[in-house]
Design a protein around this ligand. Structure first.
Ligand code: ADP
Ligand code: MG
Length: 705
């Protein structure tokens, strides 16, 4: 302390040997480093010759002070508080003689100590600088991942520095130049000042530690924010990705629907083109017919009855057929049920209340339960008669077993149904002019097997094939076609076919038809010499029951019924084929480019009857029994969907001059081997119907005038 004070007194005057830094200078340099730097500067000055000279001249070390050992330890009697001899008590000459070797020795000890202190101080300074750098880095928040440990480390370092400082201070005090030159009060003040600085350094360290803590907290906060930001970004990205996926799926769906729409449009265009061509050729036919009539009879001459042009039938009614499948509904007579109510007549409705839900179905025509066979046929007659003009008409009955499909289609002899009345009406319309040639074929589809009901022998199983490429339609190889000269023969043949039809009993209908029956009548009109004739077709289809297999009691597991397994199979195949019919209707309704006609034999055979430009009428038979309500609703739903199917405007078919009626046009469904069994089927002809070479029809021009 004395040395330090002494030096601080002299430092102000020394410029050349390097001044120690100003004590207590406020600034950014930490106090500890400042103190150390000051000590270093002091030592550097002490080491300089000038410093030594000043020291030697101004004062001298206390005689009782021993130089410290190289390791810095001091002996017990080196205490600075021990009394020292007062300067000037020894005579001067003697004292000088004794002091010289002692001074030299002290000089050497001084140098050793100086080296030691210098080394230690240099080391301390480097450590302090490192700490300062570290603190600076921490202030900047760089590398502060382990800040807590660093703070502890810094505290420890600080403690070590403090110890080193106090050691240095002790050394300086013990090894100071001679007895205290200041008053004890000054010493105490200097000590206090140093302690103050030390405290200041500690405070600074503490403040830095607090600051570090704050920064650590801020860093944690920033890390949290960063993590949150990352999560949010990730979530946003995911959400956007999902949105993009959703948009992509939407686009795909839209593209598919556009493709579908494109296919539908193509279908429409082709239907329209065909319709235009049909109308054009029809107009041409009419013009040439009129010209022929004019040239034959002269202007203003009344034509004979047989040459009155195309049979009129009900042309006005025919125009009502706008290309949609017409749906008529007939209720089976029975006890009225409050759950089914009807508004009969054209555009009628059927309202059902099933499972607490009321539904109203709109149909083209609704017949009340007491409607007669005549009434029903009256609605169908225009369509039937249009066959004479070359149109293709298909009438089919649909509904649950026992609802009266067969009754409506065939009817009992005393009250005939659609088929006999249609034939009668056609023959009546044709009259006796012989302008038309009528051929008949009849098949049934039983368990997906197509059987010829008018074969001369027992019913044969027939193969249904796709027609020649480009012509469409189908071919039924070996199918018997009968030429029907008159109504009586026709009735006889129908009876024969009916008796050949497979029937079996179920719990719902003792004489239920377990098969689909298709009657096809082809009417080829004789043509004037210059124009092609027409070939109309009438398909009469009596479908098997549409009820579910389980409800028909044909579950196949019933005890005591040896045929129950067969009943179950029948019910399953019927359901499958009706499902296929539903699929075809759905595709036609949606105007899909692909219509699944090949899904069942029924739809295969109906393909020509449901082609573009044909006329189709569905007669839906429903029951009013409460226990049948579920089936009734199902049937009505099916019928409503069928009512939306558009087959395009009806158009007439031309009969090629050189071909037989059975292959006159591609829409003739039951094309196959033409045959000529003109004899009555009651006395079956010799079995040669599939010879394919015995056509009784020559070119259409050969038809009687
Ligand atoms: P499906 O062919 O739908 O199975 P059917 O035509 O065989 O049903 O009819 C079942 C029973 O109901 C038959 O005995 C039939 O005579 C009778 N029937 C159906 N509809 C009527 C009706 N409108 N008038 C009189 N009897 C009917
Ligand atoms: Mg039936």
């Amino acid at each position: 302390m004395r040395l330090a004070e002494f030096l601080s007194v002299h430092l102000g005057a020394e410029e050349s040997c390097g001044n120690p830094p100003e004590l207590g200078q406020p600034g950014e340099v930490p106090p500890l480093l400042t103190v150390t730097s000051q000590l270093l500067a002091l030592l550097a000055w002490i080491r300089s010759p000038r410093g030594r000279q000043v020291l030697l001249q101004g004062t001298h070390p206390a005689s009782n002070v021993q130089p410290p050992t190289p390791d810095g330890a001091l002996s017990q009697e080196d205490s600075p508080y021990q009394p020292t001899p007062i300067q000037g008590e020894v005579p001067r000459g003697e004292a000088q003689g004794q002091q010289l070797p002692q001074l030299e020795e002290e000089q050497r000890a001084w140098q050793r100590l100086e080296q030691l202190i210098l080394g230690q101080l240099e080391e301390l300074r480097q450590q302090l600088e490192q700490q300062e750098e570290e603190l600076g880095r921490l202030r900047l928040g760089v590398g502060a991942t382990d800040s807590e440990k660093r703070v502890q480390h810094l505290t420890l370092e600080n403690e070590a520095l403090k110890q080193s400082l106090s050691l240095t201070r002790d050394l300086l005090l013990n090894w100071g130049p001679g007895p205290p030159t200041r008053a004890p009060q000054e010493e105490a003040e200097a000590l206090l000042e140093l302690q103050g600085r030390l405290q200041e350094a500690q405070d600074t360290t503490e403040a830095l530690r607090v600051q570090l803590g704050v920064q650590e907290v801020q860093l944690q906060g920033l890390r949290g924010a960063l993590q949150q930001l990352q999560q949010e970004t990730e979530q946003n990205c995911r959400r956007e990705l999902q949105q993009v996926h959703g948009q992509l799926a939407g686009l795909r769906t839209r593209m598919a629907s556009l493709r579908q729409g494109c296919g539908d449009l193509r279908g429409l265009v082709s239907t329209f083109t065909q319709s235009c061509q049909g109308s054009l050729s029809e107009a041409q036919g009419q013009v040439s017919w009129a010209l022929g009539a004019l040239s034959a009879g002269g202007a203003g001459t009344q034509l004979p009855e047989g040459q009155q042009g195309p049979p009129t039938g009900c042309p006005g009614r025919l125009l009502e057929l706008k290309g949609n499948i017409r749906v008529l509904c007939r209720l089976r007579p029975g006890t009225p049920c409050s759950l089914v109510s009807v508004e009969a007549g054209p555009g009628g409705t059927v309202t059902t209340c099933y499972r607490g839900r009321q539904r109203r179905f709109h149909l083209d025509w609704v017949f009340s339960p007491d409607a007669s066979q005549e009434e029903v046929f009256g609605e169908l007659e225009p369509a039937v008669l249009s066959c004479l003009q070359g149109y293709s008409v298909c009438i089919f009955t649909y509904g649950q077993t026992g609802t009266g499909k067969t009754y409506s289609m065939e009817g009992p002899p005393e009250d005939p149904g659609i088929a006999p009345r249609a034939l009668q009406s056609l023959f009546r319309e044709m009259g006796t002019g012989g302008q038309h040639r009528v051929t008949l074929s009849m098949v049934e589809i039983y368990n997906e097997a197509v059987r010829d009901l008018l074969a001369p022998g027992p019913p044969e199983r027939l193969a249904v094939r796709q027609g020649p490429a480009g012509q469409g339609g189908i071919q039924v190889a070996g199918l018997t076609h009968w030429d029907v000269p008159n109504l009586e023969t026709l009735h006889q043949m129908l009876s024969l076919g009916r008796s050949n039809r497979a029937t079996a009993a179920t719990s719902m209908n003792p004489r239920s038809s377990r098969s689909h029956a298709l009657v096809t009548l082809t009417l080829c009109a004789a043509s004037p010499p210059s124009t092609p004739g027409t070939a109309g077709t009438l398909h009469l289809v009596d479908l098997a029951g549409s009820e579910r297999a389980w409800k028909a009691g044909a579950t196949g597991t019933q005890r005591g019924d040896p045929n129950s397994a067969q009943r179950l199979r029948e019910a399953q195949t019927i359901n499958r084929s009706l499902l296929a019919l539903g699929g075809v209707m759905a595709a036609l309704r949606a105007r899909r480019s692909h219509v699944p006609f090949r899904d069942s034999q029924l739809t295969r055979l109906l393909q020509p009857a449901l082609g573009p430009g044909t006329t189709a009428v569905l007669l839906l038979q429903i029951s009013t029994r409460p226990e049948d309500l579920g089936e009734t609703v199902c049937s009505l739903k099916f019928a409503e969907r069928v009512g939306q199917v558009e087959l395009g405007p009806a158009r007439r078919r031309k009969a090629p001059r050189s071909e037989t009626p059975s292959s006159l046009s591609t829409d003739t469904p039951l094309t196959g081997t033409p045959c000529t069994p003109t004899r009555s089927p009651v006395s079956p002809p010799s079995p040669s119907p599939d010879s394919g070479s015995c056509s009784a029809l020559g070119p259409s021009g050969d038809l009687p005038p």
